[in-house]
Design a protein around this ligand. Structure first.
Ligand code: AMP
Ligand code: MG
Length: 412
């Protein structure tokens, strides 16, 4: 790895964050195969076809309030209440001049009525209704097709199905939905020092936390995660596992062993078994990040430092997965601009993804760095609510500088 001077960390052989993302997205082909699923099993899946409304929603004019349905042409004069309309139990009679119908929210508005007066704006005594507010035509009536007209595009192909989108499909009566097949993502950790959870540690050993963070990140994205476990720093074993993983998965992820230490084999193996697009990034944390292909699988060799693993996943793997899953753009979490509550330390040369928290202040929302910014301190990541994205060329920044912020929940 190129040596960086004290006050500029730029490495001419490393890809910039923007360049790397362009390369990754250009190479990420959306899946084409689809399957039909029950609506309730389709959370976090991606719609494979446009869904049009087969009927208008609402299908009938209905009341937005509990109150009385009446004819606005009768003006403000008292009305005679001649019946009741409930949601699902319409009033079937006719409503003549000077008449009104007691109506509940969601009940069909009788054809002769063109206004609903809320019950708080009138008083009923026996069957006589006195109005305390003017009657406006169309008031408190939800019109036919206000939500969706018949034939209108309800959800386009490529929509990520979250709870509200599933609600829209249900409102159309769709019990099944065609979604893209799930992506298969194989992943494993490399490192002699890594131990499975629950086993006592000997000197120098640590628990394999990355595999658990990665599994959770993959689950959040709704892909099929295939865990190949932890593999020793043994090039033959890593090579065999890479090949096995690339056969069963659309995308392979590894953590660790991607740098230039004596036990770092991943980038070299990628070169031998497939092709390398790049393996160094001008970012902090996460400088070593190998990207390429093995067989038909995309490959990301993520750095082993636990914060770097999560940051690089969020910045590169998640957008690639979103695109490959068939999601419509944008694949990258939007950035907000917020003033920083404290001064920020940074050396020019690399894009820095500092971990931050949102702070409510008298001047409005601000962002502050978490205390521990080192790439091996996972609790710093765990305290964070956002990344503060500091551009490569920036140096130290005074308090109050507007910085770009990506919310963690915005993507994963
Ligand atoms: P490496 O990228 O293999 O050079 O690892 C960089 C640092 O991350 C080292 O301190 C490793 O012990 C640590 N590390 C690597 N893999 C993992 C893992 N799966 N879980 C936790 N820490 C890891
Ligand atoms: Mg290692």
């Amino acid at each position: 790895m190129a040596v960086c001077c004290e006050d500029n960390e730029h490495d001419p052989n490393a890809k910039s964050v923007e360049e790397a993302l362009d390369i990754i997205l250009a190479a990420s082909e959306p899946v084409v195969e689809s399957e039909w699923l029950c609506l309730d099993n389709a959370l976090d899946r991606v719609l494979a076809r446009d869904v049009l409304a087969t009927q208008p929603i609402p299908a009938w004019p209905n009341s937005a309030m509990d109150g009385y349905a009446l004819r606005s042409s009768d003006g403000d004069s008292p009305r005679r209440i001649i019946g009741r309309a409930f949601a699902g139990r319409p009033f079937l009679g006719q409503v003549g001049p000077g008449e009104a119908v007691r109506i509940m929210t969601g009940a069909v508005v009788p054809a002769d009525c063109d206004s609903v007066i809320p019950q708080e704006q009138c008083a009923a005594n026996d069957d006589i209704l006195q109005l305390h507010a003017p009657v406006r035509p169309g008031a408190n009536i939800r019109g036919i097709g206000e939500d969706l007209a018949a034939g209108e595009l309800a959800l386009p192909a490529g929509t990520l199905l979250r709870p509200s989108q599933l609600g829209v499909l249900a409102s159309l009566g769709r019990s099944e939905v065609e979604v893209f097949r799930r992506l298969r993502v194989a992943f494993f950790s490399t490192g002699d020092e890594l131990q499975p959870l629950g086993r006592p540690l000997q000197a120098g050993e640590i628990y394999d936390s990355n595999r658990h963070s990665l599994l959770a990140l993959l689950r959040r994205l709704g892909v099929e995660a295939i865990d190949f476990g932890r593999i020793d720093d043994d090039p033959d074993r890593i090579a065999a596992t890479l090949q096995q993983a690339a056969k069963v998965a659309d995308l392979v992820l590894t953590s660790g062993g991607v740098s230039v230490g004596d036990a770092d084999y991943v980038a070299e193996l990628l070169q031998n078994l497939g092709s390398v697009q790049f393996w160094k990034m001008n970012m902090k944390p996460g400088r070593p990040l190998a990207y390429g292909r093995i067989g038909t699988a995309d490959f990301f060799g993520l750095p082993g430092n636990p914060v770097s693993t999560i940051v690089t996943f969020y910045q590169f793997v998640a957008p690639a997965l979103r695109k490959r899953m068939g999601c419509r753009a944008p694949w990258v979490a939007p950035r907000l601009r917020l003033p920083c509550a404290t001064a920020l330390r940074k050396k020019p040369g690399r894009t820095d993804f500092q971990r931050g928290r949102l702070v409510a202040s008298a001047e409005g929302l601000q962002v502050a760095p978490v205390k521990a910014q080192s790439s091996h301190i996972l609790t710093g990541m765990a305290q964070a609510e956002c990344f503060m994205v500091l551009p490569a060329e920036a140096g130290d920044l005074p308090a109050g500088t507007l910085v770009e912020v990506q919310l963690l929940e915005g993507l994963v």
